[in-house]
Ligand binder design. Structure first.
Ligand code: ZN
Length: 175
């Protein structure tokens, strides 16, 4: 290790920090969350100003990034999605709820699982992980809120039946 070689020292620090972040993942995430909670609004405002005044650079940077990470980012997105199934479900449910103009509250699918003890809210039987679906008790399409108290654990099949039942009969026949 040559401590006079800037590049080598930089590399050393980078690896060290990477190791640190891996070893103290929880703490690092907690610190970041605290920081965001405290300075999030300030940072967002700064970022907006920066974006507005550096449009050209940003587009050039984005373009380069997308081109350089094409395969990679798709693969890492997929990897992330398969490691965080609840987050994927939550994000798509939230998107749908927002589109339909539902009341949105911060939700925790983990809390819904725990509250329902993995029993189906429709047939009242135990739900296995692979059969799990989260259901809006009052459907969002009928003004139901996207909130923990309006969500329940169900079987995928029970959930699907419920939605077929709630369709007008002509459409039901078509299915
Ligand atoms: Zn069920």
């Amino acid at each position: 290790m040559d401590w006079h070689n800037k590049e080598e020292v930089k590399k050393y620090h980078r690896e060290y920090m990477r190791g640190y972040r891996q070893e103290y993942k929880e703490e690092v995430l907690a610190t970041r969350a605290r920081y965001r909670a405290k300075y999030g609004k300030v940072l967002a405002a700064k970022a907006r100003i920066y974006y507005a005044t550096h449009k050209e650079e940003r587009y050039a940077w984005q373009k380069a990034y997308v081109q350089n990470h094409r395969g990679q980012s798709a693969a890492s997105k997929r990897r992330w999605a398969s490691n965080h199934p609840d987050a994927v479900i939550a994000a798509s449910a939230k998107r749908r709820a927002r589109i339909q103009g539902a009341i949105l509250e911060p939700i925790s699918l983990e809390a819904v699982r725990l509250r329902d003890k993995m029993f189906c809210g429709i047939c009242k039987k135990k739900v296995k992980e692979q059969d799990l679906a989260f259901d809006h008790i009052i459907p969002v399409s009928r003004g139901g809120a996207h909130a923990n108290w309006n969500l329940q654990v169900t079987h995928r099949s029970c959930n699907a039946y419920k939605h077929i039942d709630s369709l007008p009969s002509q459409i039901r026949l078509a299915i």
